[in-house]
Design a protein around this ligand. Structure first.
Ligand code: PMP
Length: 352
């Protein structure tokens, strides 16, 4: 006998990037935004203390309206949760539990965790040789979940590929779940396809482009039928996943689209600056449509370089699986941070 359930005994949890407390680092290991959120955010949460004795609006009405205006869709087609991780978890429970779901073999590493938590079988499809997502392979099955742009590769698929997968899954009355955590840094986003496919669910976050990773707000966009299923799972788990402060702050951030656009542009400028310098130094870096760079830092294993950078006060992420081992995932910081980090990478990396 054991105190733990069979489920708990067999779970292999997600490992998040380090959040150091002991020392000040140039912190480029968890894809946070180097810039603070819009100044409108602090105005929005000022004076809310008294109201915290009351439970929040479980439907996050104000926030859903702000999001729906941004995307030109009905507020009934928006669902908000405690970070996009929670929204993804609800989506796995609502649409994949007890089913087989197709996903790229290299993608957001929370998907296999949610699959095992909710009793879904994840059928993984290897990425192509060049790390692009194999659309044909994914279309061997249904439903489908993928991050687009993908993590940690930073590459994005175009609208036609997403459209093909949406058509394919629609025929089988299954969903296509596109995790667009990084879409604000990409050339294209897929939200206009929502008008064409009732089986398309897009999940997004305030953690990256809005600089609000500490607030924990994510959301899903999709047809009313899909959103109702998410609400049903939420109300079977926690009726109030977004608190009063989170709703007020995220609403203000969403409305200040000029501020978001300006910070995104600064991140993209720093990203392109570093990528070009690394390429000029002969270091392979994938084309990024995200707020991070995927850098081939070593021919075989970049973990030593990650440790060396840490000694120098720079945190980046390394993944130990075979195909990812030669690479480092480097979040894009401010231009000043990226000058330092690019110099350090050029110093340590072997040109491949
Ligand atoms: N999806 C992807 C692809 C991510 O990289 C992340 C960040 N770890 C998330 C979702 C989750 O973001 P959050 O829970 O902060 O909204």
């Amino acid at each position: 006998m054991a105190y733990e359930s069979e489920l708990a005994l067999h779970l292999v949890p997600y490992t998040a990037g380090e959040q150091p407390k002991d020392r000040k680092f140039i912190k480029l290991n968890t894809n946070e935004n180097p810039f603070p959120p819009s100044p409108k955010v602090s105005e929005a949460i000022e004076g809310l203390t008294e109201s915290l004795r009351l439970y929040p609006d479980m439907e996050a009405t104000q926030l859903r309206y702000a999001i729906s205006e941004q995307f030109g869709i009905s507020p009934d087609c928006v669902f908000c949760g405690n970070g996009s991780d929670e929204v993804l978890a609800f989506a796995f429970a609502a649409f994949f539990a007890g089913k087989e779901v197709c996903s790229p073999d290299i993608s957001y590493s929370f998907y296999p965790v949610y699959a095992s938590l909710f009793g879904a079988a994840l059928r993984t499809v290897p990425l192509n040789e060049d790390f692009t997502v194999c659309v044909e392979g994914l279309m061997q099955g249904k439903p489908i979940v993928l991050a687009n742009p993908n993590a940690p590769t930073s590459l994005g698929l175009g609208k036609e590929s997403i459209r093909r997968m949406a058509e394919h899954t629609l025929k089988a009355e299954e969903i296509l779940l596109v995790d667009e955590a990084y879409a604000d840094f990409a050339r294209e986003d897929m939200t206009e396809l929502l008008h064409d496919y009732e089986n398309l669910l897009i999940v997004r976050t305030f953690s990256k482009s809005h600089g609000l990773a500490g607030l924990r707000v994510g959301y899903a966009l999709g047809s009313q039928r899909l959103i109702s299923a998410l609400r049903c799972v939420r109300d079977s788990f926690n009726s109030y996943p977004t608190d009063r402060l989170a709703q007020a702050a995220a609403t203000a951030a969403m409305k200040d689209s000029a501020y978001t656009a300006a910070t995104v542009q600064k991140v993209i400028a720093a990203r392109e600056y570093s990528r070009n310098r690394l390429l000029e130094a002969g270091i392979e870096v994938l084309e990024s449509q995200t707020n991070f760079l995927f850098v081939r830092a070593d021919k075989e294993d970049a973990s030593g370089i990650q440790r060396a950078l840490r000694e120098e006060g720079i945190l980046v992420r390394h993944f130990s699986s075979e195909r990812l081992r030669p690479y480092l995932r480097v979040t894009v910081g401010t231009m000043e941070e990226m000058q330092i980090v690019t110099d350090a990478l050029i110093h340590h990396c072997c040109p491949c």
